[in-house]
Design a protein around this ligand. Structure first.
Ligand SMILES: O=C(O)CCC(=O)C(=O)O
Length: 289
């Protein structure tokens, strides 16, 4: 596990394994404010919509929830990312993912959307997540599961279908191999207030919630070294962020100001691409490099 590491050691973990943990970066006020926002979002959501995303739990984007600006712009987490050497970070969106009591397993998936960008085949991740769990997590209530190293090498799961399609979200086939266990997987239990920083290219999933309480994570998608991405990639991040948060009031936007993408060029946004090409090698080939 990655407790109490120096920023350099955390960065080394992120590069090698695909994730690290920063402990105790969200205080009681921030957690309570975020929990209140989650309760409001869940009260508003259409129950039919929740049926369609049984495996992940609620998938509610930050579009209508400017209250999340405090968590997204959390200075303590951003300062640590900076110390780790992650610069020029831009925000796309946050997602409220709440697993109700009894909520099933989440399928294995990776979330990189820009596999055509050379950065997706480098040790500078084009897209990272910050996952803030609002409850302490364990295997019992649905903690995160990860397959370390899969951000930089090919895995059988790469050929098993894309993330977040309707069929897999609804669990049309409970025997789909993306719900299985895999050698090398690790559980990542954390305390509320910690944040898991992960590479979007890495396969991740979550255990079922066997507890009597909901288990919620706020996933925040960031793009480090933004200006070093291909221009169509920058353009896509810019337009997606601005379109999705067009209704946010100025005071909320001010809280995330340094994170707001500001692409000034005229290049068309990229086509989303969730599938790596031959530049992603099997582990034996990576080890031999
Ligand atoms: O629910 C979880 O613990 C993981 C969330 C997740 O996989 C995601 O946000 O991509």
């Amino acid at each position: 596990m990655t407790a109490n590491l120096t920023p350099a050691a955390r960065m080394a973990e992120l590069k090698q394994n695909g994730f690290c943990i920063i402990e105790d970066v969200a205080d009681r006020w921030l957690l309570d404010r975020t929990r209140a926002c989650v309760d409001k979002a869940l009260a508003e959501v259409d129950p039919d919509r929740l049926q369609k995303t049984k495996s992940p739990g609620s998938l509610i984007d930050s579009n209508n929830f400017p209250e999340l600006a405090d968590l997204i712009g959390n200075p303590r987490a951003l300062a640590e990312l900076d110390r780790m050497g992650l610069k020029d970070i831009k925000f796309w969106k946050a997602v409220i993912i709440s697993k109700p009591p009894g909520g099933p397993r989440l399928y294995w998936h990776q979330d990189c959307l820009m596999w055509q960008d050379p950065r997706a085949y480098s040790d500078r991740p084009p897209m990272i997540f910050l996952m803030y769990y609002l409850e302490d997590t364990t295997r019992h209530n649905g903690c995160l599961r990860l397959l370390p190293g899969t951000h930089r090498h090919r895995h059988l799961l790469h050929d098993m279908g894309e993330a977040h399609t309707r069929e897999i979200n609804r669990i049309d086939d409970p025997d789909d191999p993306r719900f299985s266990d895999y050698p090398g997987e690790v559980d990542v239990p954390v305390n509320a207030g910690d944040v898991v920083v992960g590479d979007a290219r890495m396969f991740h999933s979550a255990h079922a919630n066997l507890s009597d309480e909901k288990r919620t994570v706020i996933t925040i998608w960031f793009h480090p070294f933004y200006s070093d991405l291909l221009e169509p990639t920058q353009s896509w991040i810019h337009y997606r962020m601005h379109d999705q948060h067009a209704n946010w009031p100025q005071d909320a936007l001010a809280k995330i100001k340094p994170l707001i993408p500001d692409y000034r060029g005229s290049v068309e946004p990229m086509q989303q691409n969730r599938t790596p090409d031959e530049r992603l090698c099997w582990p034996e080939a990576v080890a031999a490099e």
